[in-house]
Design a protein. Structure first.
Length: 294
């Protein structure tokens, strides 16, 4: 972030910039803590359309930061007290399964928001344009990604496409779901304090679809979580409402989109490197039927 950008945001909020500290940001944006003379705010630069993200946050039925300012390529949100969940899980509390259950309950509530159709949002009115169902999009999307990747050899690319083609028809069971999906649920995007979720962050990838995808997102690298957390998370999610009998498997199928996309990122990007390991495991063993373990 340029100093003048921080000063501009501070002035727009009626304050004066005292200090700026770069925070851990996402793959597509930069996040900065701005300490003004009267309060702390968080500024986000880059990424998706801030106006869409702000509109999604206004609808979210879970704790989120207050949106203070929206510009063409930036937004400012209120500072929320709490600790990033990823840091908490590094030295997990004794009640880690209970914490997972709390997080699962909160994530389940995101899907309470319903839309008229499934797809990606256009404009701050959150309209969803016509698009093919997910079951028809998976294979063409995976083909596009495999054409770009340097991470997988030819045999692996062919095997991944075959895997996607084999399982894509099962997505017809949830093609009609049109509910709010965060799209990037992971421990780095959740703040907790006192055993409760204080904020769900980074809504730039939100869309209308099936909430099972959020569980699969959280479970993707679940092998690295402390014992009990993921089981608690899944149980908390399940408490919210009845689910499709194969909901965990269907969530894994939705994750085929994200895993395919990760393969297009340059070697050396840590999360994409981890995703490549999962892709190879699934090629060898098939798509897991559960989100509780890989």
């Amino acid at each position: 972030m340029r100093t003048e950008d921080g000063e501009r945001i501070a002035k727009a909020l009626g304050g004066r910039l005292v200090k700026a500290t770069t925070l851990a940001g996402g793959y597509s944006h930069e996040t900065t803590l701005l300490e003004l003379d009267d309060r702390k705010v968080v500024a986000r630069f880059g990424g998706g359309d801030p106006a869409i993200e702000a509109a999604v946050m206004a609808l979210a039925p879970v704790p989120v930061p207050e949106v203070l300012l929206v510009e063409a390529d930036a937004m400012a949100i209120g500072f929320v007290e709490g600790t990033v969940l990823s840091r908490v899980l590094e030295t997990p509390p004794d009640a880690v399964e209970g914490l997972g259950r709390e997080v699962g309950r909160v994530v389940a509530r995101i899907g309470d928001v319903r839309f008229g159709a499934a797809g990606f949002f256009a404009g701050d009115g959150l309209t969803v344009g016509p698009q093919p169902p997910w079951s028809e999009q998976l294979v063409p999307f995976a083909e596009q990604c495999m054409a770009k990747t340097e991470r997988l050899d030819r045999q692996e690319r062919t095997a991944w496409l075959a895997l996607c083609a084999e399982h894509a028809p099962a997505l017809t069971a949830i093609d009609g779901e049109a509910r709010l999906v965060h799209g990037d649920i992971n421990p780095k995007n959740i703040l907790v304090g006192g055993g409760r979720v204080t904020a769900v962050l980074d809504w730039e990838f939100a869309y209308s679809g099936c909430p099972y995808g959020d569980v699969a997102n959280m479970a993707r690298f679940g092998a690295g979580y402390p014992p009990g957390f993921l089981d608690g998370f899944v149980s908390g999610f399940e408490e919210h409402e009845p689910r499709h009998p194969d909901w965990q498997y269907l969530g894994r199928l939705l994750d085929l989109f994200a895993l395919s996309d990760f393969m297009t990122r340059a070697p050396g990007q840590e999360v994409a490197d981890q995703a490549a390991t999962i892709v190879r495991e699934w090629i060898a063993t098939g798509v897991p039927r559960t989100t509780r373990s890989l």
